[in-house]
Design a protein around this ligand. Structure first.
Ligand code: 13P
Length: 250
């Protein structure tokens, strides 16, 4: 059976004290026996502290980005090795906000994927179409190209370190979610696309998360679909009660 995962992407929210408090709140209320993997992704300045705070707990910590180089003259950037060195083993790559506001291309993402894998970081790889793509009926083509051009260069064995997150851009932070049927249809398409390139065992074992305005009141319906293996949560991950209600919905 595929691993169920709920990951909270805190984006550029929560200072050090606020991160500490939210983590504390999550740790104190989380059902430690749940089979669902629970991941939180604070901003870089809080990674070390939250990694320490969650050590030996059920909660795992992810970075929100990395720079593709090992080190060097890249002012303001953070390498995979730096992330590993603070006790973090997961990184989110390809988020639509990185693509849209920071110009991250598929080509750049291949390099970031390689840097993550070389440094034994697990990847939550994000992708998803814009509203104009869906309106013009190009959403499957766009998603297929994002996969082919961003991550289909990796070897089959590397997929054990990859989680996919389908996040339609029109559903992120807008309050508008994909319907459970739209999510299932796309997740099924994604799995079939992986199957064609890598075969059934890879396709059946990769967890595919849905992201985009998942809230406590819609999570259960979306997660009930057979190819939706959990969620990548933005706004609703910033309150422990909402986030944990979503974890419980899996
Ligand atoms: P929202 O849940 O706020 O729509 O954000 C989704 C997201 O971008 C998670 O990475």
């Amino acid at each position: 059976m595929r691993t169920k995962i709920v990951a909270g992407n805190w984006k550029m929210n929560k200072n050090l004290q606020e991160s500490h408090n939210l983590t504390l709140d999550i740790l104190s209320k989380l059902n430690a026996n749940s089979a669902t993997r629970v991941i939180i992704a604070p901003t870089f300045t809080n990674l070390h502290a939250v990694a320490n705070q969650t050590k030996n707990t059920k909660v795992e910590v992810a970075a929100q980005n990395l720079h593709q180089a090992d080190n060097g003259a890249f002012t303001g950037e953070i390498s995979a090795d730096m992330i590993k060195s603070v006790g973090v083993n997961i990184v989110i790559l390809g988020h639509s906000e990185r693509r849209a506001y920071f110009g991250e291309t598929d080509e750049l993402l291949t390099q970031k994927v390689n840097a993550a894998l070389t440094n034994d970081l697990e990847i939550i790889f994000c992708f998803g179409e814009e509203l104009k793509d869906r309106k013009s009926g190009k959403h499957f083509e766009v998603v297929e190209n994002q996969l082919k051009n961003g991550i289909f260069h990796i070897e089959a064995a590397a997929w054990k370190s990859v989680v996919l997150a389908y996040e339609p851009v029109w559903a992120i932070g807008t309050g508008e979610t994909a319907s459970p049927e739209q999510a299932q249809e796309m997740h099924d398409f994604i799995r079939k696309t992986i199957n064609r390139k890598y075969g059934k065992s890879v396709a059946d074992s990769v967890s595919i998360l849905y992201g985009g305005s998942v809230k406590p009141d819609n999570a259960k319906e979306i997660f009930s679909k057979p190819d939706v293996d959990g969620g990548l949560i933005g706004g609703a991950s910033l309150k422990a009660d909402d986030f944990l209600a979503i974890v419980d919905a899996v």
